[in-house]
Design a protein around this ligand. Structure first.
Ligand SMILES: Cc1cc2nc3c(=O)[nH]c(=O)nc-3n(C[C@H](O)[C@H](O)[C@H](O)COP(=O)(O)OP(=O)(O)OC[C@H]3O[C@@H](n4cnc5c(N)ncnc54)[C@H](O)[C@@H]3O)c2cc1C
Length: 381
């Protein structure tokens, strides 16, 4: 897409958010209601193919433009970005690592939103330590038989197709060499065991999934070779981290704009609270965090788009922007006083949504470890 195409896309997203999402988001979020109608609108906007190549019917957005889309959406309702983001991680994995037959079978239907899904990595006993997963796939003729369980799977209820990380060789040393990734479509043996209730991130489904003698054809193995699953998974993490960072920027921005607006309307001791220096200091810190977070996301996305190594940059963006979201949401709540705690204002939602950014796509503890490791590796003495 050209720069002017990008501008048209961003303008269409902004208009859609103001017209169709903002007026209904608060009610639906409080009711934890899945936004079926909005999902149809997202299909029309092309969001389910946002980062899929035009060759496969997608928009082919760069990481930089996609991050701006995610930020805009997250300023209004962060949950919506999860509906297409997890789906796009699945599509990206097939496009990058899948066989020609897998691309032909899935990419166009994923890009249009005709079929939707996400990624199944985390298990009840293994999240950060993915090599500790227990879900097992055993070859049986032209099929694999899969047994195990996954947890916290975004789009787990309304999605029908997922990447599924399993062990094909549980004795492998190191364990990652025995891990494989399948394209798993819902069917006999693949069931939703539970809808998970959450602090925030409402409206979007998070589920525990069970695999009981679930059979997939051998040609559902991504790339057609066993032992590549861990590498395919970590190959998508940089983009995933840039996306979570972009969501953090969205939450931080909205917290700031709500605080700036409210502080000029609310009066105490005869003047708007924005005239009190204690509030001004908060606004200054919040605005600086927004700008710094945005620039880190932009820098990581530029490196990604230019094909440069960006694991440290994506880690920094994810770490900083998610902490900025959390801090700004809390500061906005303080500035709104009692109203910040009220369900009539968006600030309480920002405060509930922000912590997920600290955890998703690798916890911030892990991001700091990744950043430090990279610093050491890139600066040998
Ligand atoms: C709403 C939601 C949606 C999600 N969506 C998906 C999804 O679609 N697909 C999917 O596969 N997963 C999903 N996840 C799971 C998410 O990726 C994991 O929760 C996350 O990776 C952390 O794993 P864990 O919860 O098992 O925590 P753990 O790995 O058990 O970590 C617990 C704590 O220990 C710390 N820790 C762990 N190892 C180290 C270490 N070596 N050094 C220092 N500290 C460490 C962590 O930082 C954390 O503070 C989702 C989670 C949530 C809450």
């Amino acid at each position: 897409m050209s720069n002017s195409d990008d501008a048209v896309m961003l303008d269409a997203i902004s208009k859609w958010l103001a017209r169709d999402v903002e007026p209904v988001a608060m009610k639906m979020e409080h009711a934890d209601e899945y936004p079926h109608k909005i999902v149809e609108q997202m299909k029309e906007l092309g969001l389910f193919g946002a980062t899929v190549s035009p060759e496969w019917g997608g928009l082919g957005l760069s990481a930089g433009t996609y991050a701006r889309v995610v930020t805009l959406v997250s300023e209004v309702w962060m949950s919506l970005s999860g509906i297409f983001n997890s789906h796009l991680m699945l599509a990206k994995c097939i496009e990058k690592f899948g066989t020609e037959a897998q691309k032909q079978k899935y990419l166009r239907r994923l890009a249009s939103g005709e079929i939707r899904g996400g990624t199944c990595l985390t298990e009840p006993d293994a999240g950060t330590d993915l090599q500790g997963i227990k879900t097992r796939a055993r070859r049986d003729g032209d099929n694999y038989v899969i047994n195990g369980s996954k947890i916290w799977i975004t789009n787990g209820i309304h999605g029908t197709v997922f990447t599924l990380l399993v062990k094909t060789d549980p004795a492998a040393d190191p364990p990652r060499k025995g891990m494989s990734l399948f394209i798993a479509e819902k069917g006999p043996g693949f069931t939703v065991s539970k809808k998970l209730e959450k602090l925030g991130y409402h409206g979007i489904d998070s589920a525990a999934l069970s695999f009981d003698d679930y059979r997939v054809p051998a040609d559902a193995l991504i790339g057609g070779r066993e032992g590549q699953g861990f590498y395919h998974t970590v190959g998508g993490l940089e983009l995933g981290r840039i996306n979570v960072a972009a969501r953090g920027v969205g939450i931080a921005n909205r917290a700031l704009s709500e605080a700036v607006k409210y502080s000029q309307q609310r009066k105490t001791f005869g003047k708007p609270i924005a005239q009190h220096q204690a509030i001004q200091l908060k606004l200054a810190d919040m605005a600086t965090r927004c700008e710094a977070a945005r620039l880190l996301v932009e820098s990581a996305a530029t490196a990604y788009d230019e094909g440069r190594r960006c694991d440290m940059e994506a880690g920094m963006a994810k770490y900083y922007a998610s902490e900025a979201a959390q801090q700004n949401a809390l500061e906005a709540m303080r500035i709104l006083g009692g109203y910040g705690y009220s369900k009539e204002f968006i600030v309480e939602r920002l405060y509930r949504d922000a912590p997920l950014m600290l955890i998703g796509e690798g916890t911030n503890e892990m991001q700091r470890i990744i950043i430090a490791r990279q610093l050491i590796e890139r600066n040998p003495v």
